[in-house]
Design a protein around this ligand. Structure first.
Ligand code: IPD
Ligand code: CA
Ligand code: CA
Length: 263
C-alpha cells in the first residue's frame, strides 16, 4: 500500500499527463460533440481521461475511478473522482481557462486533490490535514471580511435555464459585491478561492468531479465550503458555496435571503 506522498505523486503525474494533452490539442480540437444542451465534449476530454485512468489504474488497480467521460460510480472506500478537462467550452473556443481536476476520496470525502492549469503552469494540490499548495508554496484564502469588498465567481450548468436561482442570485450578488466573474471552470474557480484571488464562489448543478478536488483545496487553505443555503457540503449535492470563511454567512444571505429581509 502506497503512502499519501506516493499517492499524491501518482495524482500529479496523471494531472500533468492530462495537461500535456490539453496543450497539444489547444487550438486544433478535431472533434467537438454535444452530450446535452450546451454540454460539449472534445476528443481531448476523452484522451485526457484515458491517460489519467491508465496512470491511476496501474498504481492502484483495486481503486474505483469515476470520470466525467467514461463513467463509474462514486463508492465508499477509496475512489478517484476525475474531471479530465474542466472548462471544455472555453477549451473548444481557444479561451485559455481550463484545467484537469483529480481527487482521491475515502468514503465519498476528498482527502487528496490536484488541479492543474497547463496554460499558466499552475499546479494546486491539497492533502487532508496537511494544507493546500500552489506550485509547492502554501496558499491561504483571502481576509476580505464583507461582501462589499469581495470579488466573487459563479458558474452555470449547461441547463442553466431550468433553475431560476441562477439568475436571481447572480443579480443579487451583482448589487452587493465589488464584482462578479463567470470564468467557466469550477475547479479553477475553487482553486482561486483557495489562493485568495476570489473571496467566494457558488454554483448549482455541479457534478462530483467538478468540485471534489477544489472543495478540499478551499478547506485546507482555511476557507469554508457548504451548500448554497448553508447546509453541509456533499459531493453529490449539486450545490456549493465556497468562501474565505469570514464572509460565508453574510454572502450566503446576499444570495438566498430577499434583500428586504437581510440584516
Ligand atoms: C463545467 C465548468 C463550468 C461550470 C459547468 C461545468 P466542464 O465543466 O466547470 O465552469 O459552470 O457547470 O459543467 O463541462 O467544462 O467539465
Ligand atoms: Ca467540469
Ligand atoms: Ca469536464
Amino acid at each position: 500500500m502506497l503512502g499519501m506522498d506516493e499517492t499524491l505523486a501518482v495524482a500529479l503525474a496523471a494531472a500533468k499527463a492530462a495537461g500535456a494533452l490539453h496543450l497539444e490539442g489547444l487550438g486544433r480540437v478535431r472533434q467537438v460533440r454535444t452530450k446535452g444542451h450546451n454540454d460539449l465534449v472534445t476528443d481531448v476530454d476523452v484522451a485526457a481521461e484515458a491517460a489519467i485512468r491508465a496512470i491511476i489504474g496501474e498504481a492502484f488497480p483495486d481503486h474505483a475511478i469515476v470520470g466525467e467521460e467514461s463513467g463509474g460510480t462514486l463508492t465508499d472506500g477509496p475512489c478517484w473522482v476525475v474531471d479530465p478537462l474542466d472548462g471544455t467550452t472555453n477549451y473548444a473556443h481557444g479561451f485559455p481557462f481550463f484545467a484537469v481536476s483529480i481527487a482521491w476520496c475515502i468514503d465519498r470525502k476528498p482527502v487528496l486533490g490536484v488541479i492543474h492549469q497547463a496554460t499558466s503552469r499552475e499546479t494546486f494540490w491539497a492533502l487532508e490535514g496537511r494544507g493546500a499548495f500552489l506550485n509547492g508554496q502554501p496558499i491561504h484564502v483571502s481576509a476580505v471580511p464583507e461582501p462589499s469588498g469581495a470579488l466573487v465567481a459563479t458558474g452555470f450548468a449547461a441547463d442553466v435555464g431550468l433553475d431560476p436561482r441562477n439568475t436571481t442570485e447572480f443579480l443579487a450578488a451583482l448589487k452587493k459585491v465589488q464584482a462578479v466573474r463567470r470564468p467557466g471552470s469550477a475547479a479553477l474557480d475553487l482553486a482561486a478561492v483557495a489562493c485568495g484571488r476570489f473571496d467566494a464562489f457558488w454554483e448549482y448543478g455541479l457534478a462530483p468531479w467538478d468540485v471534489a478536488a477544489g472543495a478540499l483545496l478551499v478547506t485546507e487553505a482555511g476557507g469554508r465550503v457548504s451548500a448554497v443555503d448553508g447546509g453541509s457540503f456533499a459531493l453529490e449535492a449539486r450545490t456549493i458555496l465556497a468562501s474565505n470563511g469570514l464572509l460565508h454567512e453574510t454572502f450566503r444571505d446576499v444570495l438566498t435571503v430577499p434583500a428586504g429581509d437581510q440584516a
